[in-house]
Each structure stands twice: as structure tokens, then as C-alpha cells.
Write a protein that binds this ligand. Sequence first.
Ligand code: GCW
Length: 666
Amino acid sequence: NADDGYRLWLKYDLIKDAGLRTAYASQAGFIQVTGRSGILASAAGELQAGLQGLLGKPVPVVSSGSKTGGIVLTVSQAVALPNAEGYQLTQQGGNVVISAKTEAGVLYGAFALLRHLQTRQPLRNLPQSSSPKVRYRMLNHWDNVNGTIERGYAGGTLWKWYELPETVDPRYRDYARANASLGINGSVLNNVNASARFMTAEYLQKVAAIANVFRAYGIRVYLSVYFPAPKVVGGLKTSDPLDPQVKAWWTDKVAEIYKLIPDFGGFLVKANSEGEPGPQDYGRTHADGANMLAEALGDHDGIVLWRSFVYKADPKGDRFKAAYEEFKPLDGQFHKKVIVQVKNGPIDFQVREPFSPLFGAMDRTPLAMEFQITQEYLGFATHSVFEAPLFKECLDSDTWQKGKGSTVAKVIDGSVGNYTLSAMAGVANTGSDRNWTGNPMGQANWYAFGRLTWDHTLASETLAREWVNMTLTTEPKAAQAITDMMLRSREIYVDYTNPLGLHHIMGYGIHYGPEPWLDRAPRPDWRHTYYHRADSIGVGFDRTASGSNALSQYKPEVQAQWNNPESCPLPYLLWFHHVAWTKKLPTGRTLWDEICTRYYTGADAVGWMQQQWAQAKPAIDPELYADVAGRLATQHREAIWWRDACVLYFQTFAKRPIPAPFRQPD
Ligand code: GCW
């Protein structure tokens, strides 16, 4: 039974255990729903298809009745839930009842019930109720008009601009289903390095055709904005956000968009960043630019997500500090429809970063989280790296913004600042590959990200287990072997690429493989020697008061965790300190020996991952097995490449031998 991965975690293969199947079937005699259009119809359709697969028998959809032994979908304001998208699953009067305040809530409840069965949980575990902690739960696509994807490793774009709006690929619906099953409710279709074309009538028609498909799954579309669009496609002389004609152009544009797409979500903006134009070109601030767009949205139910990813080419500066330096002074100046979207770390989606200091500092502005699902710095679609632990590490960090317990998660879900606007975005890893993500294991990252947007308290292990059970196998031993492999995979990747807080030493431009020796590039902060600062004494970036003092951007309690090289946790050590090669670490080894140990044991551990995967072989689809096994073999070879390149390069500074256990015999 070859599996091409297209169905993702929405597999619904027949449950082999006949007893369990009978138990479930006794509660799934029919699906009762009033109203057969829109989102409710999607919910009923998903249940019908899912149950048919899992139970191996057709389940009728009925519109009324007083029978028992079925599933009843109800939308009711009376349900006691904290928000409109939450759901309740209960057993009432002999039926399983899925209730919510809105149709979208019912859809999420339907997927939750299916997940319950897919992970083989007993129905007596109901009731259950759940509500999303974050309001805007989105994917960001870095997809271009010409069909390519910036940092995409799974083929070309899913959006077939040349065929739209007349031809609507059925795959758009499958994309929407997959996202809705996780709780994702928004999708930014185009790259933040945006083309102005998306603001033309021609492209808005195409976008509207996609929005028409997504609507039945509760997903709203958003667009990235090329800030000078008024000039480029509007024919104006300027795009100055304070110019009345520019404001009027955007107001008209918004009206045009909402006429075509009544539930349009809003705009995402990358401005004055990496060469993209923006309000600063006219002597205006990020707030001026964002607020102008927010005002143009007027009474429409849309928002502006304004990115804080900025940095200047300053050889004496520290790129780490740039976002704070530009945005902190604007705190409190943003329009109420604006959310500032912050990357998880201060630099750029590295294998490990301390959380961005903005999360602790912007106490008068709602902040959105921007994670990267696509593995730009994590080995593309070749290396298997389960990202949930990376996401969780950031979300669970305490910013101390309003005292102890102000975790990043609570900052972005709005509970620390008491905001109703809250958002979490993930840069998508999807593409036109049949299995969506290239590496089948990449599906787990999409899955984990989506589930965390709904509930950031979910544990990495829960997410891994759910995904494995739903996607690969429910056989306990195989599932355990794969789950264990996934849970260690990120730390293993850190060890063979950037141990102990090293960062930004990957291949120039492409961002693949090692290149720590890079010391020539158009900008000083694109040189890798800028980041690791290796010399004859030691390695690492001093960001304490004796160095760039980036640490001062954090609350004192956070500074205290990191500013002493004696007590700074090893994973962050070289992020904040320049440490001598001979320095003894708490592990008992010198820094040099520790770095070598990490590179060697990390590369070795990929061998362990291969063994774990091999253990699961009998329980999973043979083609999928072979696909991942092949990628793991490449990963092993490339881990050794990383290890040797980095150890030998740093050895030219440390001038010390590779520690005995790892030394090759002469
Ligand atoms: O991670 C870097 C990428 C760029 C990207 C940029 C950003 C979309 O290398 O490709 O551009 O970040 O986030 O804006």
C-alpha cells in the first residue's frame, strides 16, 4: 500500500482492531447537522469521510431526528466557552455532541473528534473542551509571482497564478483542510519580499478565487504589501505614508479588496529591511507606515502585521540589537489594528536563539510570534529536525515583561498585556511536491506549529506522538522509536552544526552546510567571523557590558541568567560570551574539548537516528520508509561534513589537538 504522503495526518485508514472499531461505530451511526452549506458542511463532510475510512462503513448525514448512537453538530450561543472558535465534545442523550458558538468552532471540534479516534483514545475520555489561546493563527508563504518560493524546499508554489482565477486547483481545498484540522485560520499567500502586482485588479481576482475555497474551512487570506505600491502600480509620484493622495490610494485599494474578498484578513509588511523600501525612505517611521495602512482598513475587520526584522550594516554595531533599537522607541505609537510581528530570536531563525528582547520590552504593543517552519537554517528538506522543542523553548522562556511568569507565550497570546489582538505566524514549509514538504518528516513541523498556535501549552512529546500515530503508525514500539528520534533530533542538529551557542556560520547565501570562515561579503554583518569572533584566545560574541551590551535590552532577571559566563547555561554560552579555549566548563572539559565533543557526538547521533528509523521499518509504508532512510543517510554524511569543517576551522585558532576519543589513528 504505497503512500505518497499527500494525505498528511488526515489519513483515516481502517482501524484494524475490530473491538475498538465496533466501540467507535456504536457512537457513529449518523452525523446530524442542520444547514448543509459553508463551514458546517465542511465539518460534516470531514466527519463523514474520516469515519468511512476509520470504520470502513458509510455514515449518513441527516438533518434532524431524535435518534441515538450518532454525532450531533450544534452551533449555539449557550455553550460555555471562552471564545467563538472553541468547541466542546460531550456525550449527551446517547449521542456524541460537538457544540460551539460558531460554525468554525464546530469544524475544529469535528477535527478534534477525528484526532481522538485516529490516536485510538476511548470515547469515555469525553467530555473535552478547548479554545484557541491565540486569535490569528497563520501561515506565511514566501511565494513569488513566478512560481518560486523563497527558502522553499518542497517544489514550487502551491498557487497557480497563471491559471487563476478561472482554474481552481482542487489542492487549495486540501491545503485548507489540513490547516483547519490544526486550528490555523489565516494564510498570507505571497512573499514578504513582495511584488506590487498583488495589489493589481488582475491579481486580486486570483487571490479572491483562492479565498473562496478557503472560506469553507474558516481560513482568511492576507497579502504581503510592497510598500511603494502606490507609486509602482498606482502611478502616484510618491508612496509617502503621510501624503494625502497615498492615503486615499490605499483607502480605495482596501475598498476594492473587500468588495472581492469580504473576509480579507489584512496586510503583512516587511519594510526598510534587507533593501525593501518603506516609510523611512520618506523620513517617516515604521509606526507612520503601519498606522497609515491600519487607517486605510477603516471599519473592515482586517489587521496590519508589521515585521520588526530589521538590521543595519554597521561593522561596530551588533545586529542582535537592531530590532529593539528601531522598535522600542515606537512602543505605544501603533494604531489599534497593528500587531508588530517579531521573529522568535534577535538574529534570524538560527538553530537556537535566545528569545527576542522585544518580547520583554514592548509593553504597549501587541506582538505576534514569527517562527520559521521551513528549514532554512535546519538542513532544508534533507535533515530531519523536529522543531516543536525549538518553538517550545522560546514560548516557555520568561521575559519578565510584567514580572515573573511573563513568558513569551503569554506575551504573544495577549494575556500579559491584556490585548484582544494576538497572533502567531509560521513561515510555511509547503510546496508543490506531492507530499507537501519534501521530507515526509517535515510534515510534523507544520503539524506541531499549527497545534501550538491553538494551544501553546501542548508538550513536544504529545505533538510528536499524535503526528506519528496519525501519519505513520499506531504500532506502539515503532511509534516510540520514531517519537524518541524526533524528540532528540533538534539537539543533535545543534551539536553537529552550532554547538554551545555558535550561530550564523552556515553556507553564504544558500544557508546550507558550513562556512564559518566567511570573512568577505558585501555587508560586515553577513560575514561569519562577525558572529563567532574566534581568535587565539577563544570564541563567542561578548554581548555583556564589556562587549556590545545587547544583554541590557532584557529585563534584569533575564540578564542575570545569561550575563555571567560561569553560570550562563551552555546552550547560550557563545551567544553572550567570548570564552577562552582553555576555560574549564561545568562538564569537566575545556571549551575546546567540549566543542569537539559536541561536533563528534552530534554527528555520531545521526547514526543513532538511522537505527531508530530502521526499528520502525516493519510498521510503516515501505516507500515512505525508504524516502526518509535515504535522507537520513545524506544527513549522516553531511553531519560529518559540518563536524570536520568546523572543528578543523576552529582548530586553526585554538591550536589544540582533537580530544583523544575522537582522534583518528595515524
Ligand atoms: O531569513 C532571512 C531569509 C530571507 C528572508 C528574510 C526575512 C524573506 O534569508 O530569505 O526574506 O529572512 O525574513 O525577511
